[in-house]
Design a protein around this ligand. Structure first.
Ligand code: ZN
Length: 400
C-alpha cells in the first residue's frame, strides 16, 4: 500500500507551480528581521530579502494544503498506517540568487525518497524526503530538500538514561583533571630530567625519578590516528562518536574525543573542554559562542513572521498536550537564526548561498540556545545547543 502510493507520487513528478500570497515586500522582511533580532542593514540597503526567508514567501498560513501536495499525501497515509508521530530531521536550502522586492515567488514540490520501515531511536518509522523548487517566472531561484520521520513512538527513546562516566582521579592524574576542570591541558613532566610523559604515572620512564611536575600544553597538535566508536554502548554517551590520538605540539600523545567533520591523519586540532573533559576540534577560526535566551515572545513572533501558524509554536496548552514541555521554535526560525549567527560573525555583506541543517532536540521557551561555529574549507559548520542537547547542526555555505 505504502509502496504503491510512493510509486504513484514519484511517477507524478513535481506539482504545478503554486504562487505565494504576496510578492517579496519590505513590511514582511522588516517584521521578520525584527522578530529574529537580526540588525543586518544589508538587505534593506540592497532591496533584497534575507536568503533564509525563501520559504516564508510560499507558506500557506492557515489555508488548507492542496490535495496533490506529496508531503501531505505521504503524511496522511503514514498516519493512517499507525505512524502517528512526526519529527523533521533535515532541511537543506540552496539559494541561487537574492530575491528582490516586488518579485512573485512560486513553488513546486515533488517526492524524492521514502525509506522504511526503519528502526530509529524514537521508534519504527519512515523517512520521507521532498524536494521543493522556488521559481520567479520560470527561473529557479532556490531549492530545499526536506526530510521528516513519521514513526510509532516506542515509549523508551534511546536516550542516555545513565550518568556520564566520570574520570577516576588518582594521585598520579589529579593534576591533569584539575587542569581540565580549569580549562588547561596539563602534561606531566619529570622534576629531575624534564621529560614529558602521558598518561601520567608515578615514575619517569627516562630516569626513574619519582618527582612528577607538570607543564601546561598549548593545546594544539595533529591527528595521529582515530577510531569511530559504534559499539559497545558507553554510559551517558550516544554512539557513534570519534576518539582521536593526537601528537601534541610539545611531543607527547594524548587521547580524547574528537568533534567535527571526519578528520584526515595529520589534521591540525586544538583542545577545548566540555564539562571538564578534553575534546579535540579542528584548529580553525571559531565563531561564537552566541547565547540566545529563547523567550515565548521570540518563539511566537518568529513563528508569525515566518507565516507558521501551527499551534505548537504559540499555544502552550497545545504543545503540552502533544508531549512537549512548552512551545518551541519552528524550523524556519532555526534556519533564520543560523543565518543571523553567521552574518553577525562574518559581517553584513556575507552572502549566504546555502543552509543545510540537521534537527535534534526541540528548543523550548525559556531554553538558552548557544551557537558555535567553525570556518572550514567547505563552509561554516554551525551547532546550536540547549541544556537538553544539540538542537541544530549543519553547514552554511557562503560566497567567497
Ligand atoms: Zn626523568
Amino acid at each position: 500500500m505504502i509502496e504503491e502510493v510512493v510509486a504513484r507520487l514519484t511517477a507524478a513528478g513535481a506539482t504545478p507551480a503554486r504562487a505565494g500570497r504576496d510578492p517579496v515586500n519590505l513590511p514582511m522582511i522588516r517584521t521578520w528581521l525584527e522578530a529574529m533580532g537580526d540588525g543586518n542593514p544589508a538587505y534593506e540597503q540592497a532591496g533584497v530579502a534575507p536568503p533564509a526567508m525563501i520559504q516564508v514567501w510560499t507558506m500557506r498560513g492557515l489555508a488548507p494544503s492542496p490535495v496533490d501536495d506529496p508531503l501531505q499525501v505521504m503524511s496522511e497515509l503514514l498516519d493512517e498506517s499507525g505512524y502517528r508521530a512526526v519529527v523533521a530531521t533535515d532541511s537543506e536550502q540552496v539559494y541561487h540568487r537574492p530575491l528582490r522586492l516586488g518579485e512573485t515567488v512560486s513553488v513546486r514540490s515533488q517526492l524524492e525518497a521514502v525509506v522504511g520501515p526503519k528502526r530509529t531511536s524514537l521508534g519504527e518509522g519512515w523517512f520521507v524526503t521532498t524536494l521543493s523548487t522556488w521559481l520567479v517566472g520560470d527561473e529557479p531561484v532556490g531549492e530545499m530538500r526536506f526530510r521528516i520521520l513519521r514513526y510509532k513512538p516506542s515509549g523508551n527513546p534511546d536516550r542516555p538514561a545513565t550518568e556520564k562516566l566520570r574520570p577516576m582521579i588518582t594521585a598520579d592524574n589529579a593534576a591533569f583533571w584539575e587542569g581540565a576542570a580549569a580549562g588547561e591541558l596539563r602534561i606531566q613532566k619529570c622534576g629531575e630530567c624534564g621529560t614529558m610523559r602521558h598518561p601520567p604515572g608515578p615514575a619517569c620512564p627516562q630516569c626513574g625519578s619519582l618527582k612528577p611536575e607538570y607543564t601546561t600544553a598549548e593545546g594544539t597538535g595533529r591527528i595521529h590516528s582515530y577510531v569511530v566508536h559504534h559499539h559497545p554502548p558507553v554510559p551517558g554517551r550516544r554512539a557513534p562518536y570519534t576518539v582521536a590520538l593526537v601528537d601534541l605540539t610539545e611531543g607527547v600523545r594524548v587521547v580524547a574525543e574528537y568533534r567535527g567533520p571526519r578528520p584526515e591523519i595529520g589534521d591540525p586540532v586544538r583542545v577545548f573542554f566540555d564539562d571538564g573533559l578534553p575534546v579535540w576540534r579542528p584548529d580553525v577560526e571559531v565563531l561564537g559562542p552566541w547565547a540566545l535566551e529563547v523567550t515565548p515572545t521570540l518563539i511566537v513572533s518568529t513563528a508569525l513572521a515566518t507565516r507558521d501558524f501551527q499551534n505548537v509554536h504559540h499555544d502552550r496548552d497545545a504543545a503540552v498536550r502533544l508531549g512537549g514541555k512548552d512551545i518551541f521554535l519552528n524550523i524556519l526560525t532555526t534556519t533564520g537564526l543560523v543565518q543571523r549567527f553567521v552574518t553577525d560573525a562574518l559581517g553584513p555583506d556575507t552572502r549566504v548561498r546555502g543552509i543545510r541543517i540537521r534537527l535534534g532536540t526541540p528548543c523550548h521557551a525559556y531554553d538558552t540556545l548557544t551557537f558555535t561555529g567553525q570556518v572550514l574549507p567547505h563552509g561554516i559548520e554551525v551547532a546550536g545547543r540547549t541544556a537538553a542537547g544539540v538542537h541544530v547542526s549543519g553547514t552554511v555555505e557562503v560566497a567567497s
